[in-house]
Design a protein around this ligand. Structure first.
Ligand code: SAM
Length: 206
């Protein structure tokens, strides 16, 4: 993946910043999970995990395959003053270092589009979810207003931005994710594609 951690963090801090608390609230409202263990997969420099830790009692693991990204995340966690509630964890979504049924909430924003072998990733996510646990995975910018603001800023330096967002959160990926979730044997899931982006919602029943 062609993503420079320091450059990504700067964009996240300066452009995407207002999106994270909005998505954290959307996750909280949709899942109603506010306690226990949360795994933020592809957590990057940490802003969604930090936003979730601020509005819940969750203990958040920021899980990412990039050690450089996690170094930046560690600094951002320290600056947030939430060190007791958030920790970094290196690794790949295809091999999640947690026991079966041990995680209450799995979240992931903007990472799924980069995953290799998504069916394997979905199996891993489902394996670690506890009964009653939820996953909220996908991409988006929270609201149409935020998406518009961000698009205006991003287009200044990246003329392909809008096309990339449309490709990532469009109908084609909705269909692809559906097929991959079915091939992974996930018994029940919902795909939400609207002004909030493209998100997969899973609640594990037992
Ligand atoms: C675009 S960034 C999004 C970061 C953060 N979630 C956010 O919204 O600000 C994507 C992140 O996913 C991570 N990533 C990509 N593939 C991954 C994988 N297979 N397992 C774990 N992390 C992965 C990247 O290292 C990167 O930090």
């Amino acid at each position: 993946m062609d993503l420079n951690p320091a450059e990504f963090d700067q964009i996240a801090r300066e452009v995407f910043a207002p999106v994270y608390p909005v998505i954290a609230d959307q996750i909280k409202n949709k899942t109603c999970i506010t306690k226990g263990i949360c795994l933020d997969i592809g957590g990057g420099s940490g802003y969604l995990g930090i936003a979730l830790a601020k509005v819940t009692e969750l203990h958040v693991y920021l899980f990412d395959k990039s050690p450089e990204m996690l170094e930046i995340a560690a600094r951002n966690i320290a600056a947030s003053g939430l060190d007791s509630k958030i920790q970094t964890l290196p690794g790949d979504v295809r091999n999640i270092p947690f026991d079966d049924q041990s995680i209450d909430l799995v979240v992931s924003r903007g990472s799924i589009f980069f995953w290799e072998n998504r069916p394997k990733a979905f199996k891993e996510i489902y394996r670690v979810l506890s009964p009653g646990g939820c996953a909220y995975i996908g991409g988006g910018f929270g609201t149409p207003e935020l998406q518009k603001q961000i698009t205006e800023k991003m287009l200044k330096n990246n003329k392909d931005w809008l096309e990339m967002v449309k490709r990532n959160t469009g109908k084609h990926n909705e269909e692809t994710f559906k097929e991959e979730l079915c091939s992974a044997g996930i018994p029940r899931f919902e795909i939400i594609r609207n002004e909030k982006g493209l998100w997969i919602f899973i609640r594990r029943v037992n």
